[in-house]
Design a protein around this ligand. Structure first.
Ligand code: PMV
Length: 323
């Protein structure tokens, strides 16, 4: 039996207009569209080899993974096997160059790299849209790590057109994400369980109904390189998602005291002329976006704040690619 192998690299992304809640959990069709930026310098590199073994296997950062983590990967491999009409099991080996628990959603880069490497190893050359759909089935936000630069994930009418596409290229606007790492004291609820709770908040319907307005403002702010409008809308959107999280049943509270402290500093810095704005995913760490020329200053200020143990710095990242 022949062996087919391929290696791909993908970047994580930070959402400016957030995805929270699905209209279809199995297909991961989101309740609202979203916008993000890929993070340069941070990546997942994944090698997929189809061979004659009896089971799929998964190694992440040199450690074997079984159970739910492996099942999630196998479900993507099953989709690929279905399209390519093959039956071989696969060996999947993945490396992240960013620390686990650093407030960077690793599932986005992981499933984008897996979609690209596994389809190519199976002999398929899929379009960007097809890859985005495939990655989406592993993790919704992974659909946004397939195209490069600034990306919009469209809700679509169904599975076929629920895909992400670039709205601006990597070098369109020099933004930097300074991720302030706040040591979270408790284990967080993962996003898959979180999406399922979104509908229990009475605020979710209002958040979803208003999403097209926020997407429009955010897309325009990026295309016009209007930092003030950009900072205002990403903070507003992040706060709305966390309002839904906090008012779900059971409630999800991802923020720590230090998280809120950073919000207040960031707003004060902006009021005093420093172009910065914050956004937070399903964790306590704060992504502080700034114009790249100010990133050294922003990093220095963040490091001085109480509760900040580290700061990761990332520019705008490119598309997922075969190595
Ligand atoms: O793709 P998931 O299921 O890990 O969900 C991502 C959810 C957020 O990071 C909180 C928001 C987003 O749009 O990335």
């Amino acid at each position: 039996m022949s062996t087919y192998t391929s290696t791909a690299l993908a970047h994580p992304n930070i959402a400016f207009i957030k995805y929270w809640g699905n209209r279809d959990n199995a297909l991961r069709l989101p309740s609202n569209g979203s916008i993000s930026m890929n993070l340069d310098g941070l990546f997942t590199r994944t090698t997929v080899t189809f061979n004659s073994s009896q089971y799929d296997s998964l190694i992440i950062n040199d450690r074997a993974v079984i159970g739910k983590g492996l099942d999630r990967v196998s479900s993507i491999l099953d989709l690929v096997r279905g399209i390519a009409n093959i039956n071989e099991r696969a060996e999947v080996s993945s490396v992240n160059n960013f620390p686990a628990g650093a407030g960077i959603a690793s599932s986005a880069a992981a499933f984008a790299a897996l979609a690209l490497a596994s389809s190519r190893a199976a002999g398929l050359i899929l379009s960007e849209g097809q890859l985005s759909r495939l990655a989406r089935r592993g993790s919704g936000s992974a659909s946004r790590s397939i195209p490069g630069g600034f990306v919009e994930w469209h809700m679509g009418a169904g599975d076929d057109d629920c895909v992400a596409a670039s709205i601006a290229s990597v070098d369109y606007w020099n933004l930097t994400d300074c991720v302030a790492i706040v040591n979270a004291a408790h284990k967080k609820t993962g996003s898959t369980e979180g999406h399922a709770l979104a509908g229990t908040s009475p605020l979710q319907n209002a958040r979803v109904a208003d999403a097209p307005r926020r997407i429009e403002i955010c897309r325009k702010a990026i295309l016009n390189k209007d930092f003030e409008a950009f900072a205002n809308i990403i903070e507003h959107d992040s706060d709305m998602m966390h309002a839904v999280m906090m008012t779900s049943t059971p409630p999800l509270m991802y923020w720590q005291a230090a998280t809120v402290g950073i919000f207040q500093e960031v707003r004060a810095w902006r009021a005093n002329g420093l172009p910065v704005g914050y956004t937070v995913d399903a964790g306590a760490n704060v992504h502080v976006l700034c114009l790249s020329e100010y990133s050294k200053e922003v990093e220095k200020r963040l490091r001085e704040l109480p509760g900040v143990s580290d700061v990761l710095v990332a520019g705008v990242g490119g598309a997922a690619q075969i190595l």
